[in-house]
Design a protein around this ligand. Sequence first.
Ligand code: SAM
Length: 330
Amino acid sequence: MSRATGHGQQAQAWSDFWQHGSLTTFFQGSFQTGYDGPVADFWNAVFDELDDDRAILDLATGNGAIPYLAAARAEALGRNWQIVGVDYAIIHPSSDPRVRAMLSGVMLHSGVSMEQTGMPADSFDLITSHFGFEYADPQAAGREARRLLKPGGRLVLVMHHPESAVVRQARRDYRQTRRCLFEEQLDRKVIDLLDIVGDARSSQARARFRHHRQAERLRHEINRSMQRLIDSARGEDDSQTYRVAQSFLRVFADLVDRPKREKVEFVRQSRDSLEAYSRRMQSMARATMDQAAHAEFIENMKVLGLELEDERELKYGADDLIGRAVLFRG
Ligand SMILES: C[S@@+](CC[C@H](N)C(=O)[O-])C[C@H]1O[C@@H](n2cnc3c(N)ncnc32)[C@H](O)[C@@H]1O
């Protein structure tokens, strides 16, 4: 695992995530291979206002989904833009040749906090951030963006909305992952059981533990934990957490013939990735501003000298809320 500097565990959780090379934070459905539909349309309309020889900075860029859109638009319009992306995590842009080719002229920097980029003042015509700005200290990030913008430049943000599908999912998954790891301690129970039965790799050897008192008690506890996880997730949408919890139990199913050491390692790794997922969901839920916090944010940005040009909800389809688009002029 790579180590992100500063900002602690949250940055580390993002670094671990970006190592998978995914272009956005969305594993499934739309956006898996980059922002498309109304989101791409929104950003393309923003990019279209830039003439030739302009400079764009994307804050909290992740694996470069917004620089990717900007580079594709520059190519389509035959314009020459300097495109830079920064993130405090250690990023790892995709190895997909199509993505690599598109990002080849883009400068992406890991380990750069948006509150203090270390870049020269008045250097960008457009600063963008998609689900990024709100993760930082917005006041400090606003000051930095103001410093980096050329006079008359634009700061364009797509921010989380408390009622969007991604934020609702983040809140739910954070709750469920905490329950699985900290209340039920499912991984610990599975490892405790492996301690007793983990070396029994044939059905004959396993039969000897059928009436082992402690093994029996742990099996019971694991079943009860799984049942409570199912019950608590009932009525909620498809549960990613339950799927992961169930995958711990593979050490008693398709992985049962592996050596105990491997099974224990499998559970530890599954736990680590579930915990990192949980931290990302927590940071997403925490980053989301409610109506009052959002209004205060806008006021603070105005005080910094950024003029609010436009604000609107961004939707995918008729009522699939993606987030808030906020456009400032420096
Ligand atoms: C939800 S992701 C969005 C990434 C990207 N903009 C996208 O749309 O795919 C949030 C990103 O914000 C980054 N981040 C959070 N706080 C930051 C900070 N203070 N400075 C720089 N990056 C930060 C995280 O590392 C993560 O990559």
